[in-house]
Design a protein around this ligand. Structure first.
Ligand SMILES: [Zn+2]
Ligand SMILES: [Zn+2]
Length: 77
């Protein structure tokens, strides 16, 4: 499988998630790309599902987890 290059950083200039590489994005498995299926209507009106490839939106194509489920709890106490 061909590995696409990932972006170094997301849109944030200083991002705590881009600075670490121990958490691969769970949506794209760290590849920075995902392949969702899109509905496509063909000439006779039948819905077909086509697989597309696009940069992962959840990690801004960095391949790094940006919204972990088990985020470290920040407590004021
Ligand atoms: Zn980031
Ligand atoms: Zn991702």
């Amino acid at each position: 499988m061909q590995m696409r290059p990932t972006r170094e950083n997301c849109f944030l200039a200083t991002c705590q998630w881009c600075g670490r590489d121990d958490l691969p994005c769970r949506f794209c498995a760290g590849s920075g790309w995902w392949r969702p299926e899109r509905p496509h209507r063909d000439s006779v009106g039948a819905i077909d599902w086509v697989r597309v490839e696009e940069p992962c939106r959840m990690c801004a194509a960095t391949g790094k987890e940006h919204n972990p489920l088990a985020a470290p709890a920040v407590s004021g106490h």
